[in-house]
Design a binder for this molecule. Structure first.
Ligand code: GDP
Ligand code: IMO
Ligand code: MG
Length: 439
């Protein structure tokens, strides 16, 4: 299961629906930058690094090696779930997942602060506010943690939390490096006021390691063991295709492989073992943070979508940018992920519009194209070419079968299906489980 746009498509809801039919839910990328919402009987759960399948009793929930884990925030999430009566005994985390440390969060915040107000020239300003090169990250330390993984020498993995004798020296060299390389900006509230202290970090991390010990394992062997026993796995993509570090709107992306292509490296299970790919999409588009967004509506229509869809970030609370559905981007995402079935989410949010626009092509420098450009500096020049479809006045959130939808709502779904060439298996008309229409 993978998000096909810029995140927040409703992946949490779809995982919750699919988890019951699988033996394990597996996260393969990202970290606590994700915010996946599941609504069960009026109870709302926001999952960040714990797989959303944890809410389905008796199933394994696996945090794969491709995830970056902030141990203190993971424990907070575990405690929060436990306090609400959720059984977390089936949660496991890879000993090879990389650890997000406090200095990663400082570095993330400091980089963003420095880049805010640093202008690109007008022609290349890729949709960020003018004079601003920051990415608009979630400031969860995701980029710097992945950077350390690639740098290798100062990286710390979850398995290291269980070995204080190795963790101590590793933290000493990491802190020495970070104290020298992370700049001090007195005006930044997150800036460290002193050198990073390896001893206090060792204490904090060892305590986390002890609490996490029952959950830490070699998830590669575990997942292959499940497959060998004939069990089925549900991979829960975090962030989304257009935020992929290679295939998204670079540089306005996250730092991991968010598409299904990330499953192999992020779990140790080859994509050859993946059967079907559920692509999750909103009936319109949203984006949080900076970067090009060809169909963005910076007007009353965009505001109306934001209010009706309650488009405010699950992780950061930031208002999400909103716009019409972009079929050019969608076809690209379906291609990259080899999507086999689509789930269209939040269709209810579009009710009440007389007309709905969908972007069917771009005009770039006067030339029409149906090709997506996963490069912010090109995509920023794309002007959407729209077709206008009839809207639907009725509130559809009470519909309980696809047949109950008004004809124009069905026509909208079928238009998406035919232009993408992949069947729509699910249409969602509200956050709750019973607001799910199967086709
Ligand atoms: P994720 O990151 O892809 O899991 O998505 P988020 O949880 O960040 O954001 C999706 C939001 O939409 C959540 O608040 C969901 O409860 C909500 N949601 C999911 N499906 C629907 C739907 O069909 N209609 C409406 N109105 N809300 C939905
Ligand atoms: P889910 O899984 C929406 C965005 C951030 C920022 C960029 C980089 O809930 O769909 P990062 O902190 O990852 O370095 O930020 O990516 N971003 C998301 N936007 N949903 C997400 O996750 C996101 N994860 C990252 O807003 O623009
Ligand atoms: Mg989200």
């Amino acid at each position: 299961m993978v998000g096909l746009q810029w995140g927040d498509e409703g992946k949490g809801k779809i995982v919750d629906i699919l988890a019951a039919r699988h033996d394990a839910t597996v996260r393969y990328n990202g970290g606590a930058n994700a915010g996946h919402t599941v609504s069960i009987k009026g109870e709302r759960y926001a999952l960040h690094v714990v797989p959303s399948g944890i809410l389905t009793p008796g199933k394994h929930a696996v945090i794969g090696n491709g995830v970056v884990v902030d141990p203190e925030s993971l424990l907070k999430e575990i405690d929060g779930l436990r306090a609400r009566g959720v059984d977390v005994s089936n949660l496991v985390v890879s000993d090879r997942a990389h650890v997000v440390l406090p200095y990663h969060k400082d570095e993330d915040a400091i980089r963003e602060t420095i880049l805010t107000g640093v202008a690109e020239d007008e022609h290349t300003d890729p949709g960020a506010e003018k004079g601003d090169r920051s990415i608009g990250t979630t400031r969860r330390g995701i980029g710097p943690a992945y950077a350390d993984k690639i740098h290798r020498a100062t990286a710390i993995r979850v398995g290291d939390l269980l070995r204080p004798e190795a963790l101590g020296p590793a933290l000493h060299s990491a802190c020495a490096m970070k104290s020298r390389t992370i700049p001090r900006i007195p005006s930044t509230p997150t800036a460290p006021s002193q050198e990073y202290d390896p001893e206090s970090l060792l204490e904090r991390l060892s305590a986390c390691g002890e609490r996490l010990r029952p959950h830490i394992t070699d998830t590669v062997y575990m997942l292959h063991g499940l497959l060998d026993a004939g069990k089925s796995l549900l991979f829960e993509g975090a962030n989304a295709t257009l935020l992929d570090v290679d295939h998204g709107t670079f540089p306005y992306v996250t730092s991991s492989s968010t598409t299904v292509l990330g499953i192999g490296p992020g779990t140790g299970v080859s994509e050859r073992r993946v059967g079907s790919v559920v692509g999750v999409m909103k009936a319109y588009c949203t984006r949080v943070g900076a970067g090009p967004f060809p169909t963005e509506l910076r007007d009353a229509t965009g505001e109306r979508i934001r209010e009706r869809g309650r488009e405010y970030g699950t992780t950061t609370g930031r208002p999400r940018r909103t716009g019409w559905l972009d079929l050019v981007a969608l076809r690209y995402a379906v291609m990259v992920n080899s999507v086999t079935t689509l789930s269209i989410m939040l269709l209810d949010v579009l009710s009440g519009f007389d007309e709905i626009k969908v972007c069917v092509a771009y005009r770039i420098d006067g030339v029409e194209t149906d090709r997506f450009h996963p490069d912010a500096r090109v995509l920023v020049r794309a002007e959407p070419v729209y077709v206008t479809l009839p809207g639907f006045a009725q509130d559809i959130s009470a519909a309980r079968s696809y047949d109950e939808l008004p004809p124009t709502a069905k026509a909208y779904v079928e238009r998406i299906e035919s232009s993408v060439g992949v069947p729509v298996g699910i249409v969602s008309v509200g956050p709750n489980r019973d607001q799910t229409l199967f086709r």
